[in-house]
Write a protein that binds this ligand. Sequence first.
Ligand code: HEM
Length: 411
Amino acid sequence: VSILDSKEPFRKAGWLTTRMIAAAPTMMGLAQRYWPIPKLGGKAAVTRYDDVLEVFATDTAFGAPYEENLAVITDGQPFFLGMEDTDQYRAQLQAMRDVVLAQDLPRLGEEAERRAEAIVAASNGRVEVVSLVRKVTFDLIGGYFGVPEPPRGSLAVWGSRLFEYQFTGSPKETDWTKEMAELALAFRNHVDAVIAARKAAGQGPDDVLQRCLAAQAAGKPGYSDVEIRTALVCMVVGGPPQPPMVVPQAMEQLLRRPRWLRTAGEAARAGEDARLHDIVFEAMRFDPLAPALPRTALADHWVARGTDRATLIPKGTNVMTAFASAMMDPRRIPDSERFDPDRLPHEYCHFGHGLHQCFGRMINHATLHRMLKPLLARPHIRRARGGDGRLRKNGAFSERLVVQFDAVAAA
Ligand code: HEM
């Protein structure tokens, strides 16, 4: 079967890989305490809150190593995730900021909830949370940016496969790279066709693509067809694969804490969205996106200078920047093991920090909790019986979590 028709969003990870990723938070927790900046054979990690923020903030010394993999996806076109802090970075980021607007956030939040509600309402009381969130997110974000389903295959599978390659693959893995190059070509061709059709129609809905085309027509730089295509492909690959990872993880954490599951249900039923947001984002802290984000040392740099853990990171070192561990650092996060939705914003770094901080973070703050709201609002929400009712992961990716609620008989 061609990769274009695959129904599996991710490759099958081995049992050992999945176990090792699951053990990472414990390992990082031990490191945070006893060896906060471990360094061995060209690799290092930072595990304390202060050091994680220092590495993210010092982008002149620690670069994001994404360019090579991105080139496979974009056919060598630059995208700002892979760049250092250059004029080109700032111009490209600004071009996207001019078309992805804060005024859209309330309607994105409402749409996320409406789409999730439709799935829950049609479910007969049994819902698989990972596929719910995947469907809602790709429909929502694809629609917002103006990228519809391809004529063949599925946007969610294409986006997730390329995301997996972008963040866990490498051009050194030649067979995988060849397969992803084929998929990426199909994705680019799809988006090119969408752009051409919109231009031919001369009109379209008020989405990001339409705003890009309006900017192009007005002669603004940064919106050539290729620049628009690159941005749309990278947004759909970079963004929507992530909520189906972290939102089911948050649900699993709530299921482990019946009192907070109840409180979340009350907030959902009362329409207290801000409270629900705080509960869901706190739940995410106990199992965030990933243990760490990668950085490469661009120059020799002392981390934690002036402390007794000060460590020289030589140029070329791969640095695991353990933001999950940072959010559990008791030196900065009061009573860090306690579930507390009243924490301050700086106690979280779900979306990174500094130069490459998540472009979609405001969209996430507007939508992630709204995807769970219809489910949480249902009566007696609980795990399905047996293994189905526990979050199963495939490597770093959430795979399956089935919950049940008492379906109310139609009047
Ligand atoms: C649960 C949802 C999400 C999580 C947890 C998440 C997390 C992150 C993180 C941690 C980074 C920083 C990467 C690094 O510094 O190495 C990042 C960057 C980025 N995210 Fe997200 N993200 C999410 C959703 C989205 C969405 C929905 C979009 C698009 C609409 C998006 C677009 C981006 C882009 C374009 C970047 C690169 C920013 C730059 O290089 O300046 N993300 N995200």
